[in-house]
Design a protein around this ligand. Sequence first.
Ligand SMILES: *[C@@H]1O[C@H](CO)[C@@H](O)[C@H](O)[C@H]1NC(C)=O
Ligand SMILES: *[C@@H]1O[C@H](CO)[C@@H](O)[C@H](O)[C@H]1NC(C)=O
Ligand SMILES: *[C@@H]1O[C@H](CO)[C@@H](O)[C@H](O)[C@H]1NC(C)=O
Ligand SMILES: *[C@@H]1O[C@H](CO)[C@@H](O)[C@H](O)[C@H]1NC(C)=O
Ligand SMILES: *[C@@H]1O[C@H](CO)[C@@H](O)[C@H](O)[C@H]1NC(C)=O
Ligand SMILES: *[C@@H]1O[C@H](CO)[C@@H](O)[C@H](O)[C@H]1NC(C)=O
Length: 366
Amino acid sequence: PHPLSSRFNSRPVAKRATNGDVPLTNYNADLWYGSIKVGTPPETYTVVFDTGSSDLCEFSQEFLPSDDCGFTCDGHKSYDPDSSSSAKDTGEPFLLTYASGQTAGEQYFDVGSVGGHKVNNQSVGAAYLYSPQFSEYDYPPDGLSGLAFREISEFEGSPLFETLSESGQLPESAMGFKLSTTPGDSKLLVGGTNTSLYRSDTLTYIPVTTQGYWEVELGSISRLGQEVDGSDDIPAIIDTGTTLVITSDSVAQSYYANISNATAHTEDGYTYWTIPCNMMNSSVPTFTLGDHSFTVSPQTFNLGPEDTNSTDCMVGIASSSEMDFTIVGDVFLQNVYAVFDYAQTRVLRVNRDGSPEPTFETEDFS
Ligand SMILES: *[C@@H]1O[C@H](CO)[C@@H](O)[C@H](O)[C@H]1NC(C)=O
Ligand SMILES: *[C@@H]1O[C@H](CO)[C@@H](O)[C@H](O)[C@H]1NC(C)=O
Ligand SMILES: *[C@@H]1O[C@H](CO)[C@@H](O)[C@H](O)[C@H]1NC(C)=O
Ligand SMILES: *[C@@H]1O[C@H](CO)[C@@H](O)[C@H](O)[C@H]1NC(C)=O
Ligand SMILES: *[C@@H]1O[C@H](CO)[C@@H](O)[C@H](O)[C@H]1NC(C)=O
Ligand SMILES: *[C@@H]1O[C@H](CO)[C@@H](O)[C@H](O)[C@H]1NC(C)=O
């Protein structure tokens, strides 16, 4: 080394401020994920930040008794509690079932951090079984971080964001999501909202009606200014971990009834819809939440041609016979800046760029 190098080395290094910024990676316009750290020494894992669930699950190679897991867990980084000096085994098993898959394992407590904010005693599920839906091809991140409320958690401890909030270190007890399919554009801000991504004079606050999920009242869904039958004042869950908007069969049928040649495809209890691709502009939904309406762009509503060369396109509102509420997922959330505010449990809406006719509206669910 150059003799002078030690001088530079011994210079105090400016401590990088913790600003809570977590870049998110988009996969296939399907899911968004970012990094967290868990354990001592800290290891980095990628997780989907899922406001529609409350548990932090890590896949763990430590618990790999089954052949199933041997196959489906390939490609995910594993959490090994034995290698973390701060891991504490609770001895409690868990089984979590999502719309998109299942995972089972054992609960631990460990230290962790997200966006530079540290938590000392976070419940972490070390999974010894992933269902095939969590295979690396369908699900590139390692795990999932549930950001709904502890009321719906299966775990003994609190969900990550509640643990963080209660630690008192966050400037604001809120998280701001910007989801986009443009590489480098998606981000989560832990502990506040990124004021450069929205216009503060356009905030809409939507109260959480039942604390569990981020559940709010959806005023209505409309298309071309016409309210869809049965879509008024229905409970809605604002869910970053679900790709589509999923509503009841009856609301979906009313929604598509007036779109020529809209076709229903039912599979595993879910009904997906295709419409002629050239009808996209006139087929987008407008969601009324609080005192504002948000129209989904044709780009995010369109999930692409049904098959190669097909002139029919899959679109972003699906339905399930089991649902009497609506899950408002990423097809919608890509059109807003969404703020989940634990302190005031509200939703707010903001414009991104300050132009009079915003192309990117912003919404805050808290
Ligand atoms: C807010 O977003 C801007 C634009 O993407 C970025 O440059 C900035 O670092 C972000 N700030 C925080 C605190 O995340
Ligand atoms: C961690 O949190 C759990 C659940 O809240 C609690 O039972 C346990 O005592 C805590 N452990 C420590 C070391 O704080
Ligand atoms: C569907 O068409 C009927 C009859 O033209 C009309 O009354 C209704 O408002 C339309 N609904 C939507 C959601 O466009
Ligand atoms: C609907 O389907 C009919 C019959 O296949 C076709 O003639 C018509 O052009 C289609 N309409 C649209 C809007 O695609
Ligand atoms: C949809 O709207 C865009 C932007 O206004 C326009 O460029 C495009 O031609 C429209 N597509 C159809 C099929 O009308
Ligand atoms: C799609 O269209 C292209 C060009 O017309 C053709 O070469 C190809 O075989 C078609 N693919 C299918 C699956 O029909």
